[in-house]
Structures are given as C-alpha cells and as structure tokens.
Design a protein around this ligand. Structure first.
Ligand code: PLP
Length: 421
C-alpha cells in the first residue's frame, strides 16, 4: 500500500490520464498486460533507448514493447524510409512491389516458409496458420501447450500468472483445443495418442515468451517434429518473439524445420504486422489461380508503409552481426543478473535466451505477484522501464553501461523486496 501511495504521488498526470481513459475504455486501455494497478504510467515520447512519461520522468526502456521495439525509439534508417514512403502516398488499394520484397526476405531467412502471407498482428498470423492447417489436414483438433501465448484469443494462461498454469480468464476462439505439457514429449504423446487421427495441428513457441521465458528443450522440439510427421499433423513454430534470436529464428539455431512458421512484431519495422508461411502444398491453398482456392483478405495486410519499413529493417538493421551482438548483450545481462541475485534457488531468477528475458519470482506463490509489483516500482524509481510481470527485452539502443546500471537497480529493488517479505 505504501509503495502504491508513493507511486500515485509521483505520477499525478498519469493518474489523471488514467481516470479520463476509464470513461471510454474498459479498464482504461486496450492492452490488458499494460494496465497495471493502481494505474499505469502514460508515456508521452521516446528517444533512443528512453521513454518519458506525462509527469516528465524519463526511463531507460528495458521492455522494448515485449520484444517488438527492437529498434529503439528513433532509428534514423527507419525514420528516413518511412518518411520517403509517406510522401509517395498512404494507401492504394492495390499491390506494390514492396510486398514481394518483404516476402522474399522472410522466405529467404526462414526455409520453412516456401510461401508467406501477411496479416496485422501475431495473433492474426497464428489464427490464420492454425485455420490453414486444419483446412489442409481436414482435421479438427488443435494442440497448444500450457504456458503458451500465441496472442490474444489464443492464450493458454492468465496474464500475470506464473508459467505452467492454465486458468480461465482468457477470451478464446472456440477451436477444439488440447492443452499439452510444455517440455514433456512423453506426456504430450500420451495425451494425444488416443485422438491422434483427429489432431490437425500442433503449435508451439520455441521458447515460452509471455509464459515466463522458458526455452523449449531441443529434444522436446525435435520430438514434436518427429511426432507430427508420424501422426500426419502440421507443426507450427510461433516465432513471433524468438525470430529476433537469429536471422532465421530459433529454428535455424536448432536445425529443426517446422511445416509452418509465424512471425510478427519487429518485422513490420515499427508498424502493426504479422506473417504466416509454410510449405508450398499448404500455403498454395491461397493461390487464386487454383479453382479450389480459399480467400484471405485484410485491408492493411500489405500497407505500403509496413512493407517498406519491414523490408528496410531486414536489409539494413536486422543483420546477422547486429542480431548476434544484441543477443550476446542479452546473454551477458542474464548471466550478470543471475550471479548478482544469487543463482539457482534464489528468490529471484532470470530465465530466457539472448535478448529476451524474464525476472521470475520464487517466493511463496501468494507473495509472487506483490513481490514483482514491488520490484517494478523499485525499478521505476531508479529510472528503468520493464513489464510489471518481469519481462525484459533489449533494443539496439541499449549499451553495456546501461546493462550494468540496470543490474545494479535490479539488485537493489529485489533486495528491498526480500527484506520486506
Ligand atoms: N505469439 C507470441 C509468441 C507472442 O509473444 C505474441 C505477442 O506477444 C503473439 C503471438 C501475438 O502477437 P500480437 O500481439 O502482435 O498479436
């Protein structure tokens, strides 16, 4: 309570903005994960690696919009490309050559995508990939994993709950879901075997992102690859987050090729984006030259601005070298944090891969959410922006010095919480 009071005192303009927003928006916003209590901070501007709120506080951004903000706030290359694109016209209701340019880049980077189609979010890409797989296999059941996210409408845990839980509270599309245990291939097979002939698709994150940054074991992911071949189901890797780990995503690092892949977030170069792609025999169902083709529309699927921004980002920013550098910095961040926090068995442990990480709390379950909230307040007071649930993602503007300062701030913030509990 004391922490919430001092937060409210520090942020009167955000409180006023929130009170106004609740008049028009249920809960005062349109992204549940961002609506923290007693009220979220409202950001006015950003520059480089920082964001500034409506009360004038500036924070170093260690959230990077849940991985999508990989470019920082003011990337000159993107700004120039977008400005040029804007001056050529906003919307045409027609195709542009930049659509194939972006598709060429994505299919080159992801050999699992012979053909690709665009959408406006990762959620939409996953909904389309699942539906396409069911159409292809003429089967009904969809396997997801406990702790999997895949986007609003597909979440299999409650935002804010620790990974591994499957609790009600998500607005879900009525697919015929089976929820299998993550990182447990034998448990998964045992669950699916009795109904294997009805299973059309298995969708998996190579690392649980929103579910706590838990990397998938290579044997588990390879096991899914072998098993889906055996039962004739489509395997989808949801690389909406993990596609920042290397140019070809985590699948390229593991040498596992799924039948379909979904991406989104940063590949839109700062604009709303999603893409789903896969084997020719699956994706050619959208080929209008086929008499039996199916339709897939979307007014902004090929937004000229997004096509230019995404292509430019891949060509000039998301290079193999820069991604390796970003992910090395993320590995160092995780190692430094864990060694400073006390390592395995400590009340706070950081999990993740490369530039995508999560502070997890191992205090007794009833204290976990409060503890993470207090750590969040502690980091805000020290000038760092993360997700209240503990999500950390780096962006290209963060330096090694920022990382060291952040580690210090986390150590201080978590120590205060441990002392209080
Ligand atoms: N899949 C994963 C693994 C994600 O982390 C997310 C978003 O965080 C999504 C899908 C959904 O993407 P979007 O928020 O663009 O709908």
């Amino acid at each position: 309570e004391a922490a919430r009071e001092s937060y409210a005192k520090r942020n009167p303009n955000s409180l006023a903005a929130f009170n106004k927003a609740t008049v028009f928006l249920p809960g005062g916003g349109t992204r549940t994960t961002l609506i923290t209590l007693p009220f979220p901070l409202f950001i006015e501007s950003g520059s480089g690696a920082t964001v500034t709120d409506v009360d004038g506080h500036t924070y170093k951004d260690f959230l990077s919009d849940f991985t999508s903000g990989i470019y920082g706030k003011s990337n000159e290359v993107l700004k120039n490309a977008i400005t040029t694109a804007i001056s050529s016209g906003l919307q045409f209701g027609a195709h542009t050559t930049n659509e194939a340019r972006l598709a060429d880049h994505l299919t080159s980077r992801f050999p699992s995508m012979d053909l690709v189609r665009f959408a406006n979010s990762g959620t939409e890409a996953n909904l389309l990939a699942i539906t396409t797989s069911l159409k292809h296999t003429k089967r009904k059941k969809v396997v997801v994993f406990s702790g999997g996210y895949h986007g609003s409408l597909l979440a299999h845990f409650h935002s804010g709950e620790p990974a591994g839980n499957d609790v009600p509270g998500a607005l879900r599309v009525p697919f015929d879901f089976i929820i299998a245990p993550y990182n447990d291939i034998e448990g998964t097979k045992a669950l699916i075997n009795p109904v294997a002939k009805d299973v059309g698709v298995i969708i998996v994150e190579p690392m649980l992102g929103a579910g706590g940054c838990i990397p998938g074991d290579p044997e588990f992911l390879q096991g899914l690859r072998d098993y889906t071949k055996e039962i004739g189901a489509v395997l989808i890797f949801d690389e909406v987050q993990t596609s920042r780990l290397a140019p070809g995503g985590r699948q390229s690092l593991l040498g596992i090729t799924p039948d379909m892949t979904t991406v989104g977030k940063f590949f839109g170069g700062g604009f709303a984006f999603g893409a789903f792609g896969g084997k020719k025999e699956i994706m050619s169902i959208f080929d209008v030259r086929r008499p039996d083709h199916v339709n897939h529309g979307g007014t902004f699927n090929n937004s000229p601005l997004t096509m230019v921004a995404g292509s430019t980002a891949i060509e000039q920013i998301l290079t193999a070298e820069r991604l390796a550098d970003l992910n090395d910095r993320g590995d160092r961040l995780r190692e430094k944090l864990n060694s400073a926090l006390g390592g395995a068995g400590a009340p706070f442990v950081v999990t993740g891969l490369g530039s995508i990480n999560q502070i997890n709390c191992h205090l007794p379950k009833e204290d976990q959410l409060t503890a993470l909230e207090l750590v969040y307040f502690g980091l805000l007071e020290r000038g760092f922006w993360i997700a209240q649930r503990g999500t950390l993602a780096l962006n290209f503007e963060i330096t090694d010095k920022d990382v060291d300062e952040f580690v210090e701030a986390v150590v201080e913030s978590t120590a205060a919480v441990v002392k209080a509990t």
